[in-house]
Ligand binder design. Structure first.
Ligand code: MN
Length: 439
């Protein structure tokens, strides 16, 4: 509880503090004597939620509402009390969160989930209500180990079907990633354990390699006279888990356990750096994604490419400007975080129309698939480029099969081949290869 006060002092000016502190004290008094499943005072929960929102850079009414978000539901406090003490805006937020608490997601059909998310968004007349609700869910997920196994399962499922897509849609990847990893821990404990142990080991093994890539990229920036930052970052467990499940891959076949990020100042520099990287390392066909020209629906912007070194090591690089980076981490919350700095008016307008779009909610949430599909027309049109297991690129005619691949390696390999593995899976010898396959 001390940290949340420290954070209030560190992040909000004196004239805002009084309101935040009185919301803090009011909630503390109202929840007096109540306990959480963990045995801690209940008040630790609203404090933790407020803290998450402060870290996101949310505004004063949101943080005040976070302190108060459970008082109408769980204490004698009434809506009129809140209005009288804190005003209509804060009441609207608290009331919105309270209403959302009352709708319960029962079935687990994808169609229903979609409808449920629509209902959820429609009921939250202010997008800040959803952000508070996400922070509330995040803290509940963080302390889920104190609940029964049955409730752990139910809450994790609901989180994965309703809340993580919402966080993704709002572009708040910090919350989305943490929620997904927590869900995985409860829904597939063995899978989670496996990943934690093995990924740590692999990242340790890869540490020198990532270091090498970061150094090379820094050199590249320096030589080009471009100011910027380069760092490696492990991907979150759930994204690797999903890739393994969906694409039937083993951990050994996931190239991008960590991504290397390059942050530069301008959009032009993003493309310049991409070109220079491709000159140095060969890009994997089909893995170049231009989310700057075609942003994701949640306004995510970045250039992605997967390249391969001369020694056959694959790695993903993401290139973006500082502003794009903030958007990628905080999503819609960046609007409040940087409101004071007024980054750019056009960006602000875009975000407003985005909120309307979110409230409207047409179409599916499958951002990534949509974009991958639209970006499939890649640079290598007339030939089929596949990889050997060591990362060597083999050019083949379109519609080539594993047998063609074998002959392209050596006629003896062609004569003797009896089976084929593509991307780690056994396939028929007459199946068609796709650009980017590892054969
Ligand atoms: Mn709560």
């Amino acid at each position: 509880m001390k940290t949340v006060l420290d954070k209030i002092y560190a992040n909000y000016p004196e004239n805002d503090r009084e309101l935040l502190l009185s919301a803090y004290r009011y909630a503390e008094t109202m929840h007096e004597g109540q306990k959480r499943a963990s045995g801690e005072p209940y008040f630790t929960h609203p404090c933790a939620v407020a803290e998450i929102l402060i870290d996101l850079g949310m505004d004063v009414p949101s943080v005040a509402a976070a302190f108060l978000h459970d008082v109408i539901e769980d204490t004698p406090a009434t809506a009129e009390d809140i209005r009288g003490l804190f005003g209509t805006e804060i009441l609207t937020l608290v009331d919105g969160v309270t209403k959302l608490d009352k709708i319960h997601y029962q079935t687990h059909e994808e169609e229903d989930a979609e409808n449920f998310r629509k209902i959820f968004v429609a009921m939250a007349n202010d997008v800040r209500v959803i952000i508070i609700k996400l922070a509330d869910r995040l803290h509940n997920m963080r302390s889920l180990n104190f609940l029964s196994n049955e409730r752990q399962q139910r809450i994790s499922k609901e989180t994965l079907e309703i809340f993580t897509p919402l966080a993704g849609r709002l572009g708040i990847s910090q919350i989305k990633c943490e929620l997904e990893d927590l869900c995985l821990k409860y829904l597939d404990p063995e899978g989670y354990e496996y990943l934690v142990t093995n990924i740590h080991q692999k990242l340790a093994e890869r540490h020198d390699f990532v270091d090498f890539v970061v150094k090379e990229l820094k050199k590249l920036l320096e030589e080009s006279g471009i100011g910027g930052e380069v760092f490696g970052r492990p991907k979150h467990f759930y994204s690797i888990y999903k890739k393994m499940k969906n694409q039937g891959k083993s951990l050994d076949q996931i190239y991008d356990l960590s991504a290397v990020r390059v942050i530069v100042e301008t959009t032009e520099e993003c493309y310049e750096v991409l070109g220079k990287i491709h000159k140095q390392w060969k890009p994997v066909p089909g893995r170049i994604k231009d989310y700057i020209a075609t942003p994701k629906r949640n306004l995510y912007q970045s250039l992605h490419t997967t390249v391969v070194t001369n020694f056959g090591q694959f790695f993903e690089i993401q290139i973006r400007t500082r502003e794009m980076h903030e958007m990628a981490e905080y999503g819609i919350a960046a609007h409040w975080k940087y409101k004071e700095q007024k980054i750019s008016e056009t960006g602000f307008d875009q975000r407003l129309s985005w909120i309307r779009d979110v409230m409207d909610w047409q179409g599916s949430l499958n951002d990534s698939k949509e974009f991958v599909d639209s970006l499939k027309n890649d640079l290598y049109d007339n030939e089929l480029l596949v990889f050997t297991p060591h990362g060597k690129v083999i050019s083949l005619p379109l519609e080539a099969t594993p047998v063609d691949f074998a002959y392209a390696i050596h006629s003896e390999v062609g004569n003797k081949c009896v089976g084929a593995k593509v991307n780690g899976k056994i396939v028929a010898l007459n199946s068609t290869l796709n650009t980017g396959d590892v054969v």
